[in-house]
Design a protein around this ligand. Structure first.
Ligand code: UDP
Length: 353
């Protein structure tokens, strides 16, 4: 069997790492060809993950990044189609909700190549998010939908996607959190020199709805400024560009560092007091490492963590962030509930393929 895996963005490298490892370990009869679309191209948004996580080198690098959604998706479809015609795989494997995911799903399905979607069934029910559009369309094109939770399976059911093609696999990011926990390491950044382990908040901001809206960005930075704790902020390139363009200064308690590799990120998550984020993956990782999470959005796809009280959705107003911080610090994150499987999602993905 031959599988063409399409990745392009940071969280996909992490997800693909665990599935590719399971494939290589258990199924030598399966040939995997990795395609990197180039959506994320900075060394610290891409290369570091391939170096640290032993991901197979991409068989094809499309070098498509930096354009608009339409430009990127269109160019990706064009190139992926050519490549699928020559590779002739039995499956195309896509992850998550990026333009690379949708481009892979569209190119493959029009060539009648079955698409497997890992992290299927998530919904924010906010169609202003490009990610929501990508994931809804990909789910409707996929022949195999590997969902992380029962709730995600219910979301698909309500759109008429049912039957054996929907399989509850659990979350491959939980597998990654367990596997890499032992290998985590403290970032070397100078900004962390005066910060005590266990006594800082960890923040990530990268979603377009926050970075591209001046009032929301300002609200978040005002909220962080008012927190009585050092905030480590590994800054996504898009956010760096938007903050610079808007001329907003970083508050004194916010220590900005470059994006870190996954092993350093795991260390930050495991050693902080609280996480503030608009990332999908980081919301879950906070929980996997026993930390309360404050989500800087108006909704989340990972509703299970809100239901059990481990995560709170606060939006981006400074007052709401401060109030949530005070309340979440007091909160014991539950340890006995795991809505996202048993840490063996990658094995289930491989078995399903
Ligand atoms: N991450 C990382 N370094 C960073 C910030 C995030 O390795 O500086 C990892 C994080 O641990 C998680 C993934 O990137 O596994 C989340 O990616 P991102 O927030 O970019 O995307 P989302 O999950 O929102 O789709």
């Amino acid at each position: 069997m031959k599988v063409v895996t399409i990745v392009g963005a940071r969280p996909q490298f992490i997800k693909a790492a665990v599935v590719s490892r399971a494939l290589a370990r258990d199924r030598q009869d399966v040939q995997e060809v990795l395609v990197h679309t180039g959506q994320h191209y900075d060394a610290n948004m891409s290369d570091v993950f391939f170096d640290e996580l032993d991901i197979p080198r991409p068989g094809h690098h499309l070098g498509i990044g930096g354009g608009s959604h339409g430009q990127n998706t269109g160019r990706m479809i064009e190139q992926i189609e050519v490549l699928l015609l020559s590779e002739k795989p039995d499956w195309v494997l896509v992850y998550g909700d990026t333009d690379s995911t949708l481009a892979g799903a569209l190119a493959a399905s029009k060539l009648h190549i079955p698409v497997a979607h890992v992290e299927a069934g998530l919904r924010s029910y906010n169609r202003r998010m490009p990610e929501e559009i990508n994931r809804v369309l990909t789910d409707h094109l996929a022949s195999l939908l590997l969902v992380p939770s029962e709730r995600a399976s219910g979301n698909l059911r309500s759109e008429g996607i049912t039957g054996p093609k929907v399989q509850v696999a659990g979350d491959v990011m939980y597998d990654a959190a367990l596997y890499y926990r032992e290998k985590a390491r403290r970032p070397k950044a100078e900004a962390l020199d005066a910060v005590e382990d266990g006594d800082f908040a960890l923040c990530t901001i990268h979603r377009a709805e926050n970075t591209d809206d001046h009032a929301r960005l300002q609200g978040i930075l005002d909220g962080l400024a008012a927190l009585p704790i050092a905030v480590i902020l590994p800054l996504h390139p898009r956010t760096r560009a938007r903050v610079a363009a808007a001329g907003i200064p970083f508050p004194g308690n916010v220590r900005v560092i470059d994006p870190v590799g996954y092993l350093e990120m795991v260390w930050l998550e495991a050693n902080c007091r609280v996480v503030l984020t608009d990332s999908g993956g980081v919301q879950k990782e906070a929980y996997f490492h026993g930390k309360p999470c404050i989500t800087l959005r108006d909704e989340t796809e990972w509703v299970e963590l809100v239901d059990i009280g481990a995560n709170r959705i606060v939006g981006t107003s400074s007052a709401a962030i401060q109030q949530a911080y005070a309340e979440m610090l007091e909160r014991e994150v539950p340890k006995d509930v795991q809505p996202y499987g048993k840490g063996r999602a990658a094995d289930l993905v491989v078995a399903a393929l």
